[in-house]
Design a protein around this ligand. Structure first.
Ligand SMILES: [Zn+2]
Length: 280
């Protein structure tokens, strides 16, 4: 019902992270059967030109955040099922042996760390033995060759440099994360970057302005809802779906029903727009 009524004239954006390759076949096949999968660039163009002809009914955009190394195993399914996919990369974690801070095993309370200023968070992590720029013996993110192999089939975009909570960054830090990530991805990886996915879905007006100024055309949140030609391109809404092969769960989550209920009619959620605190 949600799909046929709510999503019929809307553009839904779904978010995965580290989907298992065997689940990907099922997930992509389901989504392709029930939606019209379009690329993010096509949606940007439709909004910029205010052109409804570019948007089919029940349009859906598939996105992945972070750039987990397991994403490479999705390539055969992406090619075989022929679907446009956007993967948002942390520019200073991919092609290195650095770790994602939110996966760091010594951490006890990731959620609490997300409430700290960036400086405080980095200090708390350092006290636990984590340095965001330190190379380790493990590979968590996509490597250069993976990105090269996937480039012809995948739209790679930015997820900042190190995945901070942007509203809790100083102006300099936020600028470095937003603009620095774009130039790194373009210059080092030869990518064409026009979109940013805000880490954790957290953003402020300052971060939107920095993104616009850095040359991005859109910013993707995890605010609940759907998009259309009148959407603010820097506050695009997205539906989080779990990285499982459970098609019933995917059906409910991709339709927006699950988030609708969880966020109490789409109003209450623990992330999203944050009015910046003074001093951070
Ligand atoms: Zn992320």
């Amino acid at each position: 019902m949600f799909r046929e009524i709510l999503q019929r004239n809307k553009v839904s954006i779904v978010l995965f992270h580290d989907l298992n390759a065997s689940c990907a076949e099922k997930n992509f096949t389901y989504l392709k059967k029930h939606y019209n999968i379009i690329s993010l660039n096509r949606f940007i163009q439709a909004v910029e030109e205010n052109n409804p002809a570019l948007l089919p009914r029940k349009a859906l955009i598939i996105t992945f955040d972070d750039g987990h190394i397991g994403n490479y195993n999705l390539l055969p399914a992406i090619i075989r099922i022929e679907i446009p996919v956007t993967i948002f990369l942390c520019s200073d974690i991919v092609a290195t042996n650095r770790k994602f801070w939110f996966k760091y095993s010594a951490l006890t309370d990731t959620e609490q760390l997300k409430q700290l200023t960036n400086e405080e968070r980095l200090a708390a992590l350092a006290a636990e033995g984590f340095e965001q720029a330190a190379e380790t013996s493990e590979t968590e993110a996509l490597q250069m060759q993976h990105i090269e192999d996937m480039k012809p089939f995948v739209n790679f975009q930015s997820h900042t440099r190190f995945h901070p909570c942007l509203p809790f960054c100083s102006d300099d830090e936020a600028k470095s994360e937003i603009a620095g990530s774009r130039s790194m991805l373009e210059n080092r990886f030869g990518l064409s970057i026009n979109a940013i996915s805000y880490p954790n879905g957290d953003y402020s007006n300052r971060d939107i302005e920095l993104s616009r100024h850095a040359g991005y055309k859109c910013g993707i949140t995890v605010d609940y809802g759907f998009n259309d030609l009148n959407s603010n391109l820097f506050k695009l809404k997205r539906l989080s779906v779990n990285d499982t092969g459970d098609i019933n769960e995917l059906m409910v989550k991709a339709s927006g029903l699950w988030a609708f209920l969880k966020t109490r009619n789409g109003k209450k959620q623990p992330y999203g727009f944050i009015e910046r605190k003074s001093g951070c």
